[in-house]
Design a protein around this ligand. Structure first.
Ligand code: ADP
Length: 279
C-alpha cells in the first residue's frame, strides 16, 4: 500500500509543482497519472522515491515514512521501489540477462556485482522474469540489439528482479508505436495484478490509460482534479484536467491508430484466406 499525504513541492525557482496532493493505492492497483504538460506528473513520481525532495507532506510505503528517512536508510527503502523509464535506461553493451540482474545490484556486495557474480537464486529469478515478459530466447543478446518494445520488456523485468513493493513508471510507452504501447501496458497491468503490486504510471496518452488502468488520477497545476475509474472520465472531467487544451486532437490520433490496426488485421485476414485458397 502506498499512501501520499498533502505532498507539496516548490522548486527553488518558485515553481509550485505540487500543491498538497493526497491519495492511497492498495496492493495490485494500477493508477494512471494524467494531466497536461507541466501539471506535476514527473515531480509527483519523483517525490515518491525522493529523486526530487518534497517540500512538505508525507509518503508512506507500508509502515515506512519515506519522507522521514535519513539518506542511508532511504537507499534501503528505494530497493523496495521499482522504476520503469521512458527511455528504458538499459546498459546497452550488456546482455539482456545482465541488465535484468542489475536490478539486484543494491543487494549484492560490490565486489560480487563488479565481477558480475550473482547468487544462483537471483539468476533463476531473472530467467523466470525473462520468460514472463517473453524474452527468454534473448537472454544472451546485447541490449542494443533489441527493438524498443523488447527493451521496455527488459526494463520491466529489471524492475521486478528487485522484488519491489511498488512500481513507479514514467511514460513507459512514449517512445513506442501504438500497437507496442498497448502490449506493454497490458503486460504491466497483468504483472501488477499477479504480484499484487501497486503502481503509478505517468502516462500522457489518456486513451491508453483509459483502456488499461482501473483508476485514473488527473493533475492540473499541481493539484488532483480527478480521481476515479476510467469510465467516469467524461467531457467535464477532461475539461477540468486539460482546460482549454484540445484533447479532441488526442482522440483523432487514437482513431487513426485504431483504423491502422483494423487495416493491418484486414490485410492479415486476406493473406490467410489466400493461403487457405492455395492449400
Ligand atoms: P509534468 O511531468 O506534468 O510535465 P513536471 O513535474 O515536469 O510536470 O513540472 C511541474 C512544474 O514544475 C512545471 O511548472 C515545471 O516547469 C516545474 N519544474 C519541473 N522541474 C523543475 C526543476 N527542476 N526546476 C524548476 N522547476 C521545475
Amino acid at each position: 500500500m502506498l499512501r501520499v499525504s498533502h505532498l507539496t513541492k516548490t522548486y527553488r525557482t518558485g515553481d509550485k509543482a505540487l500543491k498538497g496532493v493526497s491519495f492511497a493505492i492498495p496492493a495490485g492497483q494500477v493508477v494512471g497519472l494524467i494531466g497536461p504538460s507541466g501539471s506535476g506528473k514527473s515531480t509527483l513520481i519523483r517525490c515518491i522515491n525522493r529523486l526530487v525532495e518534497p517540500s512538505g507532506g508525507a509518503v508512506h510505503l507500508g509502515d515506512t515514512d519515506i519522507t522521514a528517512l535519513p539518506r542511508a536508510r532511504l537507499r534501503l527503502a528505494r530497493r523496495r521501489i521499482g522504476m520503469i523509464f521512458q527511455e528504458y535506461a538499459l546498459v546497452e553493451r550488456l546482455t539482456v540477462m545482465e541488465n535484468v540482474l542489475s536490478g539486484r545490484l543494491g543487494y549484492v556486495p560490490f565486489w560480487r556485482s563488479f565481477l558480475r557474480r550473482f547468487p544462483p537464486a537471483y539468476v533463476a529469478d531473472a530467467f523466470a522474469l525473462l520468460d514472463r515478459v517473453g524474452l527468454l530466447d534473448h537472454a544472451d543478446k546485447r541490449a542494443d540489439a533489441l527493438s524498443g518494445g523488447q527493451r521496455q520488456r527488459v526494463g520491466i523485468a529489471r524492475a521486478l528482479e528487485q522484488d519491489p513493493e511498488l512500481l513507479l513508471i514514467d511514460e513507459p510507452t512514449a517512445s513506442l508505436d501504438p500497437r507496442t504501447s498497448r502490449q506493454i501496458m497490458r503486460l504491466i497491468v497483468e504483472i501488477c495484478r499477479e504480484r499484487h503490486l501497486p503502481a503509478v504510471i505517468n502516462i500522457h496518452d489518456v486513451l491508453l490509460a483509459q483502456a488499461f488502468v482501473e483508476r485514473i488520477i488527473g493533475l492540473r497545476a499541481g493539484e488532483i482534479v480527478f480521481d476515479g475509474p476510467p469510465g467516469a472520465l467524461d467531457m467535464a472531467a477532461l475539461t477540468r484536467i486539460y482546460g482549454e487544451e484540445d484533447w479532441a486532437a488526442m482522440r483523432r490520433q487514437a482513431d487513426a491508430d485504431a483504423s491502422e490496426d483494423a487495416q493491418e488485421a484486414a490485410h492479415a485476414r486476406e493473406a490467410a484466406a489466400r493461403l487457405a485458397g492455395t492449400a
